[in-house]
Design a protein around this ligand. Structure first.
Ligand code: FAD
Ligand code: NAI
Length: 478
């Protein structure tokens, strides 16, 4: 007889595995299907999805290694520390990253056992619907069909590739290959100055690569507050990232020696970029490959996303939900997780809510960039009257002490009510500092609230308070 579940989750990434855990906490009988083995030595499906295996976690591990390398090579002397010649063993660095990934993914297996979640190893696809629920085929080393009353689709996304350019993940790489280079390329080309291009471009630049980034749009980091984007472009260019905006990629030739990218620059001039390796990071597309959506009457939208109800993540098939990168909204792990929790609670009859305006964004460059809420350009477009307060890290004792004084925090508050509408940071530890802003916005705080809250001294968080004071022209240390 087929195994039957109250909830079947398809995909073991941050959206899926968190949904499975929350559903199990709520007392449901839960299974989670996962098909990808990533680089598992035994070829077994691994939990954690893009984020843990080939995304957030490995990229941040490499960013940390390259930051250490840069600190020791270039900044130790500022502290009076003398070091001899510094070199990098990229294989060791990649092995460290792999260890972290293995620890994290096996941690989820432990959580599944703890919460009594059945792991179904293989590719899941809908076969149809019967009286007991949805029939879903699991195609792995063994094949079986399971029955589920509720199904949560959390199949994530995959890298978008350039038409006609095949990715071998050795010379031409998407995120998967770019996280496991066995040596530091002398010349690295990157197509796309988005989040992946800037983060991974920074890793290899710090380790010594000459990095050239080619971006189609004329505006740098168009989704960011443009005050922050301008500062970022200035700082990244100073660090040595070659960023070329407004280009049009032509043909790309690959041979044993490397890669040649022919493109037209923003002035219309034909240019050839020759590099040892190329990273293609031009966005990601939702993953609904062979999912059998048609068998249950579901269709994807024109961009490949599964349409859902904005409040409950329910699809038009009763009892079928979709979360994370496979649905609308930012492709972020914490957004996928929050939707996973929300759906499990919706199935349990609760009334959870996500405020998408309060989802923070972080780009893990150096300095980091982080924001939550509206940008200045969005407020202007919407005709909302606002006041801006900005404070630089250069006027903060802690930032000077740690030698990380580039950047600033900008707070945008409603001109009449003082409610915080957006917070934008470029600076050290922006990824942690933004959490205060997200909490403030979730509680509908005013800039005055942040300004009146006692912040520890000396700490980077004082810059947040000073920026809040600056919305009322009363910053104390400037
Ligand atoms: P995924 O994590 O993509 O998981 C989906 C899983 O479903 C996969 O494991 C897949 O194998 C499985 N699957 C698909 N189809 C089937 C099927 N039919 N049957 C069984 N299993 C199936 N986000 C951040 O918030 N912070 C970051 O720092 C960050 N860094 C990133 C760095 C890189 C290089 C990349 C590529 C992404 C990064 N992201 C980051 C984005 C983040 O990884 C995604 O938003 C997140 O993983 C989405 O979670 P998900 O559960 O929707 O999908
Ligand atoms: P992205 O959407 O961030 O950036 C892609 C860039 O490529 C854009 O600037 C786009 O204009 C450009 N582009 C598109 N087509 C092009 C072409 N033909 N030629 C030149 N440029 C072109 O996508 P990216 O960097 O691939 O990352 C995918 C997603 O993964 C992100 O949007 C984000 O959601 C997630 N991610 C999140 C991270 C984080 O939270 N820190 C880190 C890495 C990825």
């Amino acid at each position: 007889m087929s195994q039957a579940f109250d909830v079947l989750v398809i995909g073991g990434g941050p959206g899926g595995y968190i949904a499975a855990i929350r559903a199990a906490q709520l007392g449901f009988k839960v299974a989670c299907a996962e098909s990808s083995s990533y680089d598992d030595p035994k070829g077994e499906p691994r939990l954690g999805g893009t984020c843990l295996n080939v995304g957030c976690i490995p990229s941040k591990a490499l960013l940390a290694s390259s930051e250490e390398f840069e600190k020791i090579s270039h900044h130790a002397a500022d502290h009076g520390i003398k070091v001899g010649s510094v070199s990098i063993d990229s294989n060791k660095m990649v092995a460290r990253k792999d260890d972290i990934v293995t620890k994290m993914t096996s941690g989820i297996q432990f959580l599944f056992r703890k919460n009594k979640i059945t792991l179904l190893k293989g590719h899941a696809s809908f076969e149809g619907k019967g009286a007991d629920g949805y029939q879903v085929k699991i195609d792995g080393k063994t094949k079986e069909t399971v029955i589920a009353k509720n199904v949560i689709i959390a199949t994530g996304s995959k890298a978008r590739h350039l038409p006609g350019l095949s990715v071998d993940n050795v010379l031409v790489c998407d995120n998967e290959g770019a996280l496991k280079f066995d040596s530091v390329p002398k010349k690295l080309g990157v197509i796309g100055a988005g989040v992946i291009g800037l983060e991974l471009g920074s890793v290899w630049r710090r380790l010594g690569s000459e990095v050239t980034v080619l971006e189609a749009l004329p505006t740098f980091l168009a989704a960011c507050d443009q005050g922050i984007a301008k500062e970022a472009l200035k700082l990244f260019t100073k660090q040595g990232l070659g960023i070329n905006m407004g280009v049009k990629i032509g043909d790309v030739k690959v041979d044993k020696k490397g890669v040649a990218v022919n493109y037209t620059d923003s002035a219309g001039k034909a240019v050839k970029l020759e590099c040892d390796r190329l990273i293609v990071s031009i966005g990601r597309v939702p993953n609904t490959d062979n999912l059998g959506l048609d068998k249950i009457g579901l269709k994807v939208d024109e961009r490949g996303f599964i349409p859902i109800d904005d409040h409950t993540c329910a699809t038009s098939a009763p009892g079928v939900y979709a979360v994370g990168d496979v649905v609308r909204g930012p492709m972020l792990a914490h957004k996928a997780e929050d939707e996973g929790v929300l759906v499990a609670e919706v199935i349990a009859g609760q009334k959870p809510h996500i405020d998408y305006n309060c989802i923070p964004w972080v780009i893990y460059t150096d300095p980091e960039i982080a924001w939550v809420g509206k940008t200045e350009q969005a407020l202007k477009e919407a005709g909302i009257e606002y006041k801006a307060g900005q404070f630089p890290f250069a006027a903060n004792g802690r930032a000077l002490g740690i030698g990380r004084a580039d950047g600033f925090i900008k707070i945008l508050a409603d001109a009449k009510t003082d409610e915080v509408l957006g917070v934008h940071i470029i600076g050290p530890n922006a990824s942690d500092l933004i959490a205060e802003a997200a909490v403030a916005m979730e509680f509908k705080a005013a800039a005055e609230d942040i300004a009146r809250i006692c912040h520890p001294h000396p700490s980077l968080s004082e810059v947040m308070r000073e920026a809040a004071l600056a919305t009322d022209q009363r910053a104390l240390n400037m």
